[in-house]
Design a protein around this ligand. Structure first.
Ligand SMILES: NC(=O)c1ccc[n+]([C@@H]2O[C@H](COP(=O)([O-])OP(=O)(O)OC[C@H]3O[C@@H](n4cnc5c(N)ncnc54)[C@H](OP(=O)(O)O)[C@@H]3O)[C@@H](O)[C@H]2O)c1
Length: 338
């Protein structure tokens, strides 16, 4: 299986990515027991199919170690030259405190060691409390580590538009911001996307499939209780659906999506992914992967063969018109974490 040419995107001048990234939060617990051997074997299946870009974090359980193991096995099988095919985007999510050069560099060194790389492709930085402006100290040290070669590019996750502007004004070169973005949660379209487009920053999206709730598997199903949901990802996005408009409205959305999907011989999930890939400023969508437990490689590869004329998604407008404005309910991107 090879992905269509439009699967690849020049994320930066020196990094080309697969526009559907493999999300590794799912290996960190709460998504079924992950066996490391089976997980690495499945990473080969993704990679060989063309899904070469991984999204992970320092705190996603063994995710950084799995990248390290995958790289070692790939080099052993095919030679070190092929390691350049992998893009591994990690995050640093520090506890609040003083952001000294030593503290920042020590954290980056841990990720380098675990992943078995000399340089991080992308370091996505998260910060819990905007009242504590030491996020600028941390970013200054990260920028220095970039200049010194330990990090290729600096990115953010869950920053709002206001602070993204503060960081850009401070002179830090940011290449992307990772935010929740789906047909249900369209907050990035309000302010974030335009700011990013104007400043050469792209968006990597998560929650685009609502933990798998945005799929045929949930069409026509009665509202699930929190306890009956199989993963913490589904629990998280069920809360988002409740804030947005509730289960009955979500069923209307799934029905409308099913109509669009059927016209294209596609699935609800791939229509949901394509819809976000086509949005301004979006460079990639991240799809959570329960490595070794379930995969959707074949279906998700078809997203690159799917073309959605703008009119098609207009069928969702009557549903969206009944939903709440999540900018009002929650706030801008990332405010759900603060
Ligand atoms: N920066 C942040 O704060 C943040 C927060 C959350 C997530 N993330 C990142 O985003 C990634 C995505 O995680 P998420 O929690 O948002 O989940 P998601 O991507 O919305 O949903 C993932 C689930 O969707 C299902 N799925 C995938 N392809 C499908 C298809 N074609 N048809 C039907 N179902 C399909 C799978 O369910 P099954 O496995 O059950 O089949 C999979 O586990 C994470 O791994 C992480 O890398 C970042």
């Amino acid at each position: 299986m090879t992905l269509a040419e439009n699967a690849r995107f020049a994320f930066t001048p020196d990094l080309t990515i697969c526009r559907v990234l493999n999300g590794m939060w799912q290996v960190s617990g709460g998504h079924g027991r992950i066996d490391p051997t089976a997980a690495v074997a499945t990473m080969f299946a993704y990679h060989d199919a063309g899904f070469t870009t991984w999204d992970l974090a320092d705190h996603y359980g063994p995710a950084e170690d799995l990248i390290g193991a995958f790289r070692r096995q790939l080099a052993a099988r095919h030679g070190e030259a092929r390691l350049g095919e992998i893009q591994a985007f990690t995050k640093w999510v520090p506890h609040p405190g003083a952001m000294t050069r030593r503290f920042v560099e020590d954290a980056i060194d841990v990720s380098l060691r675990r992943m078995g790389v000399d340089r991080l492709d992308l370091l996505q930085f998260h910060w819990w409390d905007y009242g504590d402006r030491r996020y600028l100290d941390a970013l200054k040290h990260l920028a220095d580590l970039c200049d010194e070669g330990k990090i290729r590019h600096i990115a953010l996750t869950n920053f709002d538009t206001e602070r993204l502007a503060v960081i850009v004004d401070y002179g830090i070169r940011i290449v992307s911001n990772q935010v929740q973005y789906s047909l249900v949660d369209q907050r990035p379209a309000a302010r974030m996307a335009a700011f990013c487009a104007a400043h050469g920053i792209t968006l990597l999206t998560y929650g685009t499939l609502l933990g798998g709730l945005l799929s045929e598997a949930w069409l026509g199903r009665a509202e699930p209780s929190r306890g009956s949901l199989a993963t913490i990802s589904q629990q998280k996005y069920k809360n988002m659906i409740d804030a947005w408009g509730g289960w009955a409205l979500f069923q209307q959305m799934l029905s409308a999506l099913k109509g669009i999907a059927d016209e294209h011989g596609a699935t609800i999930a791939t229509v949901g992914l394509r819809g976000m890939l086509d949005r301004p400023a979006v460079s990639g969508v991240i799809v959570g992967a329960r490595l070794g437990l379930a995969d959707h490689i074949a279906d998700n590869s078809r997203v690159f063969d799917l073309t959605l004329p703008p009119d098609d998604l207009a069928a969702l407008e009557p549903v969206l018109a009944q939903s709440r404005d999540l900018m009002q309910v929650i706030g801008d991107c990332g405010d759900e974490y603060r």
